[in-house]
Design a protein around this ligand. Structure first.
Ligand code: 2P0
Length: 331
């Protein structure tokens, strides 16, 4: 390799992924190694694009929706660039431009898509060829959940056991085509940025919540259940597993000190309404580190679910997605 050739311009796209079994807590904060396995579904819509270009400035630059990413957030991107530089020998600065179609900071996992696309665009720009597993690991170093936006489809992120994180990566266990009827609806009840970031929230929970060991203990079992439920397309089994994972994550957050409460009154009303609807429709909810639930259903019921939710909550916005994704280079 001739380092002087690099960097070259490169662009990549990825979509967010929504966990059915949640990642909440790290066994190593510096390497973003999770305390337990998690299982997620990658979305087919609302991609995030990252363009990496050579930069005349002395230092690397990262821009998000036309604005420079400030510290400490830029540190995640610089960490990934530092690892790639070790492998490429490329010393010149780069500029990365992130353009997300997901509303920013509303807890819809936009950072997972951005970091996955960034890892592919930056590694390509620097001439570093990574296997899918290595790319997932590189994205993980920027943000844990980004490891799951690399493969696409239905994915499991392995906790791994090595101290260096070399066995902690996400892989697809079923393609998007395996369950084409699965539909996800993001219900936006609030666009306020969350008060406690996921990174801070999970560290505080692990340190202070008395119920946290119970949460971690059940993750492995729930991940196995979710994977088996998806493999057999057993909607009811997936619904029970995913709701239990989300409920216990939020329950454990409540027992942290000071308590972490991501839901808002409207979230609670929505969850109650969805629970009522689920008596007659294939439907369940999941909740990430924010007030906006994701609803999961099967086509053709997504029309009915969206209409019922819009009727009961006329002010919420609903984004509809299927399963897809997988990071890719784009022109
Ligand atoms: C998940 N979340 O499994 C869980 C559920 C939020 C709630 O993964 O510190 O932004 O960058 O590794 O990846 C969000 O965590 O945290 C997340 P870092 P990340 O989807």
């Amino acid at each position: 390799m001739n380092p002087a050739r690099w960097p070259l311009p490169a662009s990549a796209e990825a979509t967010a992924n929504i966990a059915m079994v949640k990642y909440w807590g790290k066994r190593d904060a510096a390497l973003n190694l999770p305390a337990a396995d998690s299982v997620a579904v990658c979305l087919d819509s609302f991609p995030t694009r990252v363009d990496v270009t050579p930069c005349a400035a002395a230092e690397d630059e990262v821009w998000w929706s036309g604005r420079p990413v400030p510290p400490p957030r830029i540190g995640r991107f610089l960490r990934v660039l530092a690892i790639l530089r070790e492998q490429s020998g490329c010393r010149s600065a780069v500029r990365a431009d992130v353009r997300s179609q997901i509303p920013d900071a509303v807890g819809l996992a936009g950072s997972s898509a951005a970091m996955a696309a960034f890892a592919l665009a930056a590694s390509t720009a620097m001439g570093v060829e990574l296997s899918p597993r290595e790319l997932s690991i590189t994205a993980r170093l920027g943000s844990g959940s980004a490891s799951r936006s690399v493969p696409g489809g239905f994915v499991r992120w392995h906790r791994g056991h090595q101290e260096d994180g070399s066995d902690s990566y996400a892989e697809e266990f079923a393609s998007a085509a395996h369950w084409p009827d699965l539909r996800l609806l993001a219900v936006i009840v609030s666009r306020e940025p969350k008060a406690v970031s996921s990174t801070v929230g999970m560290i505080r929970t692990a340190r202070t919540a008395p119920l946290y060991p119970m949460f971690v203990e059940q993750c492995g079992r729930l991940a196995a259940d979710a994977q088996a439920a998806i493999a057999s397309r057993d909607f009811g089994w997936l619904a029970r597993t995913a709701e239990l994972s989300a409920q216990t994550m939020h329950g454990v957050c409540l027992t942290a000190r000071p308590p972490i409460l991501y839901v808002r009154p409207l979230t609670v009303e929505l969850v109650e309404h969805v629970t009522e609807l689920s008596r007659t429709l294939p439907l369940f909810f999941t909740l990430d580190a924010g007030p906006n639930p994701f609803l999961v259903t099967l086509a053709p019921h997504d029309e009915t679910v969206a209409a019922e939710v819009a009727r009961a909550f006329p002010d919420v916005e609903i984004l509809r997605c299927g399963v897809g994704g997988g990071v890719r280079i784009v022109a």
